[in-house]
Design a protein around this ligand. Sequence first.
Ligand code: ADE
Length: 230
Amino acid sequence: RELNIDVVSIFPDYMAPLTLSLVGKAIESGIIGVGVHDLRDWTHDRHRTVDDTPYGGGAGMVMKPEPWGEALDEIASARTTLVIPTPSGIPFTQSIAHELGSAEHLVFACGRYEGIDARVAAEASTRMTVRELSIGDFVLNGGEVAALVMIEAIVRLLPGVIGNPESLEEESYAAGTDGLLEYPVYTKPPSWRGHEVPEVLFSGHHAKIAQWRRERSLEVTRERRPDLLK
Ligand code: ADE
């Protein structure tokens, strides 16, 4: 097995999509191993309590440290990279997806409510690599969907997961495209509802096609993501 991934959540059913599609096939073919765990399995009270009110006051609830500590004691080791999805994390990027794919063991700690008691990350940092990561400037209800996003981005980069490695090199954000957005793509029919495929793509003139695609990439990047050009 290349890469082992464990996910800890109070809603393990959220991770059901991992059995589907590309990630599901990577599991079946043994390229990755995935374990999904219910955080409440590491509680000891009758109500299986995972949250409590915040010190210092304020709205919402905070996840208690003890169940997380015990879960990590059991699941993680010094060779683990612990990923904590949080909107206050460092931005998750394609380059971080590559880095995480070369880890030997990833544990995703999915918090709910207002987050996990900060001592969980602090204590884990004394014994393993910890990365607090955000998938974007918006707030989800918990880390589960963010973990699904990161796992898909990581797993599709692993050798043997995507059939054609060229399709990896050409896509948006991939190294080798100068960090530009992808040019528009077309397939048959040549005319559809009054919209035509650009003539140059029928020309068979590879240098001209490459130049046209480059221009469209620059245009779409300037329009949608000018920050990428600076
Ligand atoms: N949890 C809640 N919102 C999130 C976000 N934007 N990124 C990562 N984890 C989150």
